[in-house]
Write a protein that binds this ligand. Structure first.
Ligand SMILES: C[S@@+](CC[C@H](N)C(=O)[O-])C[C@H]1O[C@@H](n2cnc3c(N)ncnc32)[C@H](O)[C@@H]1O
Length: 352
C-alpha cells in the first residue's frame, strides 16, 4: 500500500534543518488500536472493512501499530517467506489471514533459487511450497505500507495487520503514514466520523485524475466506487487534473530556482506563489482541505511568503500547517516538529 501524499514541492534551500529525528526512537510508544471506536466487518464487495462503532472526532489517533514484517523495498519472495516463518505463531496466523489480491508476477528467478536450495526437487511437495511462497507474496503486495526513514533516504515496506483491514477511497476519512520517529504506522481521523461509517484511507495519491487512479488501483484488483470516482461531475476531475498540473509546475519552478537562485527575482517568486495560491484554492474546492496535502502546499506558501515579505500571512499559513500536522500525524511526528520550526521562523521574520 503506497502512502498517499501529493508530490512534495522540493524547496530544499528554503527548508529548515530537521533536528527532530536525530534521536530516532528505539522502541517507540505503546502499540494501540482503538477497538473501542471501530470493529472489523465483512462488506458486500470489498472483503473485510473497519467501521466506526461510536463517534470518532477529527484528529483522533485510531491506530498506532508496530510492524510484524519490515523488509527493504528490493527484498523478494525468499526473504519474505523466511521472515514470515520466523514469526511467533499468533503473528504468522495474522499474516496468513490477510487478504491476497495481487496475481503472481512474471519474474520466476526466485523459483530456480528455491529449487536449488531444495536439491532440485520436482515433487508435489515442492509445487505446494511454491504456492505457499506465491500466496505470501500476494498477501505482502496487497497489504504492505511504504515506510520511509527519517531522512527520507531509504524506503522499506512494512506489514501492519490491524491497519491492513482499512479499505480504500479516493475521498478518504482517515489518514495513514509510517512515522519513523516512533517506528509505528499511525492512522488519524481526518474529520468527525459517525457511527456506522466505514474507515477509508487512500492507497494512492488522491491528486491524480480518475483515469490514473483507476490504473494505479489495478494493483489491488478492484475498481473504486467512491464519490470521486463515480461522480458524473467533470468539474471535479478537471480540478484534480489542475491540482496535479500545479504540483508539477511548482516542482519544476523550484528546480529552476535552485539552478539559478542568484538571478531569481521578486517577480519569479510571485509567479511561484501564484501556483501555490491556485493549488490551495483548488484543494479547498475539491474538499481536500481535510488531508495533509494541503499542509504541504501551505508550507510552500509560508516559505515563498517569507521571500515576498508577506510575514503576517506567512504566520497564519504556518499555523495552518501546524494544525494539519497535529490532526494527520500527531505531535510525536517529524512533520509536526518541522511545522513548529516553520511557525517560529515566520514569527521571528514578522518581528523584524
Ligand atoms: C489492504 S486490503 C484491505 C482489507 C481487505 N478488504 C481485507 O479483507 O482484508 C486491500 C484489499 O481490499 C479490497 N479493497 C480495498 N478497498 C476496496 C474498495 N474501495 N473497493 C473494493 N475492494 C477494496 C481489495 O481486494 C484490496 O486488494
Amino acid at each position: 500500500m503506497t502512502i498517499s501524499r501529493a508530490p512534495t514541492p522540493d524547496i530544499s534551500p528554503l527548508t529548515l534543518k530537521d533536528t527532530s529525528g536525530e534521536a530516532e526512537a528505539e522502541g517507540g510508544p505503546e502499540t494501540f488500536v482503538r477497538t473501542d471506536l471501530y470493529e472489523e466487518r465483512q462488506t458486500p464487495e470489498s472483503g473485510i472493512g473497519a467501521f466506526a462503532t461510536s463517534l470518532i472526532s477529527s484528529g483522533t489517533r485510531i491506530f498506532c501499530e508496530e510492524s510484524i514484517v519490515m523488509l527493504p523495498d528490493y527484498a523478494g519472495q525468499l526473504e519474505l517467506h523466511r521472515m514470515v516463518k520466523a514469526l511467533p505463531d499468533d503473528k504468522q496466523k495474522m499474516f496468513w489471514n490477510l487478504a491476497a489480491s495481487s496475481k503472481p508476477g512474471k519474474a520466476v528467478a526466485w523459483i530456480d533459487l528455491l529449487r536449488a536450495s531444495c536439491g532440485d526437487d520436482e515433487s508435489d511437495t515442492f509445487n505446494n511450497l511454491v504456492e505457499e511462497y506465491e500466496r505470501a507474496w500476494s498477501i505482502y503486495e496487497t497489504n504492505r505500507f511504504t515506510c520511509r526513514s527519517l531522512d527520507g533516504a531509504s524506503k522499506s515496506l512494512g506489514m501492519f495487520p490491524m491497519c491492513a483491514r482499512i479499505n480504500h477511497s479516493c475521498a478518504p476519512n482517515v489518514f495513514h503514514r509510517y512515522s519513523p520517529s516512533i517506528n509505528r504506522l499511525t492512522i488519524h481521523a481526518l474529520r468527525d466520523i459517525q457511527p456506522g461509517e466505514e474507515l477509508l484511507t487512500s492507497y494512492i495519491d488522491i491528486c491524480h485524475p480518475t483515469v490514473i487512479r483507476r490504473q494505479l488501483l489495478k494493483h489491488w484488483g478492484f475498481r473504486c466506487r467512491c464519490t470521486a470516482c463515480d461522480s458524473s461531475d467533470d468539474e471535479e476531475d478537471h480540478r484534480r487534473r489542475r491540482i496535479e498540473d500545479l504540483f508539477n509546475k511548482m516542482a519544476n519552478r523550484e528546480k529552476k530556482r535552485e539552478r539559478n537562485e542568484a538571478k531569481w527575482t521578486e517577480k519569479d517568486y510571485e509567479r511561484s506563489f501564484a501556483n501555490v495560491s491556485k493549488a490551495i484554492k483548488l484543494l479547498e474546492e475539491e474538499g481536500m482541505e481535510e488531508t495533509d496535502t494541503l499542509g504541504v502546499v501551505y508550507a510552500a506558501a509560508v516559505k515563498l511568503g517569507l521571500k515576498l515579505r508577506r510575514e503576517e500571512e506567512a504566520v497564519e499559513w504556518a499555523q495552518k500547517v501546524v494544525e494539519i500536522e497535529v490532526k494527520c500525524l500527531g505531535t510525536d511526528s517529524k512533520e509536526y516538529q518541522t511545522a513548529l520550526q516553520l511557525l517560529e521562523t515566520a514569527k521571528s521574520a514578522r518581528q523584524k
